[in-house]
Ligand binder design. Structure first.
Ligand code: AHM
Length: 333
């Protein structure tokens, strides 16, 4: 490590005044980083130990829960609940909100997260990730209530993700651009590697599960056909790139320029992905990087959630491309 390297906590302290990042938010992010290092360690040795494999249980979404999901969930909860910073939490694996136990003090923040997204890919060594969003408690209840978890994404104080890939990276924003840190395993620190990430304006890739083609309404099919139709000026056809692991697909598109799509289907108009744990944090990051997040008819961050497990059609990418998608979705093209 060169002496010029900037680790996460120093980066936060250095920007404290300029951006007005509260100490509590800094502490929270430093502890999220700590928990993610533990998860990263387990993910990296997943092929070697018995922890791999299905537990046989199903979560509230009816999906199989893998052991590593549970490990990640517990690691984040245990790292964050004693700090006196949170009023309440909720995550993708639970059907209810997660209260802060009475033995711990509470704080002003609300923590929503997807402990290990893309976990069906674990056995194949594909990148997976943790996604999170932090809000401020709005209710009067000291320990937070459901209402605190059901805020629209435009109220996010800080959001980000950790990708457990060829290296482990933490990417976050607190409303002042998007910044990426890479875990240096030799010193155990997240070091600033990608300051001020901007999503390229030009679309290079499109990322979608095309197996759903005949399940989509005609307007969506028209857009996907558009992505594949040659056109010199816009650089089409776009390259098809789909991992099936949201954080990995999103991260690649953020760096290289691409649109990610998980539209609704005829049988599931709400799509597959969740507003609170996936749509909001990643749309927030996309917007902070100059991109956009849309359902096709509305900005993701403006949706007022009805339930903690609400699903939404999720389209995230360069701003201009999302505008084109919206026009297709509304049948205007
Ligand atoms: P998971 O919660 O079971 O991991 O599902 C979420 C994943 C996302 O990472 C990814 O974008 C999507 O599901 C892929 O779905 P599909 O296999 O239908 O293409």
């Amino acid at each position: 490590m060169s002496m010029g390297a900037v680790n996460l906590s120093r980066f936060l302290v250095e920007h404290e005044r300029q951006w007005g990042i509260e100490r509590g938010l800094q502490d929270l992010l430093n502890n999220i980083a700590f928990a993610s290092k533990i998860v990263s360690r387990e993910v990296n040795k997943a092929g070697l130990v018995e922890i791999l494999g299905l537990t046989g249980e199903t979560n509230v979404q009816g999906e199989e829960v893998q052991k590593l999901d549970m490990f990640a969930e517990e690691t984040f909860i245990h790292a964050l609940e004693p700090l006196g910073l949170l009023a309440i939490m909720t995550d993708e694996e639970q059907d209810e909100i997660i209260p802060i136990p009475d033995k711990f003090p509470t704080g002003p923040y609300v923590f929503l997260f997807d402990p290990l997204d893309g976990s069906s890919n674990i056995d194949a060594n594909v990148s997976i990730g943790t996604i999170f969003a932090i809000y401020r408690k709005i209710s009067k209840a000291e320990r937070g209530v459901l209402e605190d978890c059901l805020q629209p994404g435009n109220q996010i104080e800080m959001a980000g993700y950790v990708i457990y890939g060829s290296s482990t990276m933490l990417v976050f924003s607190c409303g002042h651009g998007v910044h990426g840190f890479t875990l240096d395993p030799s010193c155990g620190e997240f070091l600033l590697s990608h300051p001020d990430i901007c999503m390229p304006e030009k679309t290079k890739n499109f990322s979608v599960n095309e197996g759903n083609y005949f399940k989509w309404e005609k307007n969506i099919r028209n857009y996907i056909d558009y992505c594949k139709t040659p056109d010199k000026e816009s650089g089409r056809p776009y390259s098809g790139r789909y991992i099936g692991s949201l954080v990995a697909d999103f991260h690649r598109n953020l760096l290289y320029g691409g649109i990610f799509l998980y539209p609704g289907t005829k049988d599931k108009p709400g799509g597959k992905l969740r507003l609170l744990y996936e749509g909001n944090p990643l749309s927030y990051i996309a917007e902070q990087a100059g991109g956009a997040g849309t359902t096709g008819t509305e900005r993701i961050l403006d949706i007022k959630p009805d339930t903690i497990h609400q699903r939404i059609p999720l389209i995230i990418g360069p701003k201009k491309e999302c505008d084109i998608y919206d026009k297709f979705a509304k049948g205007k093209i």
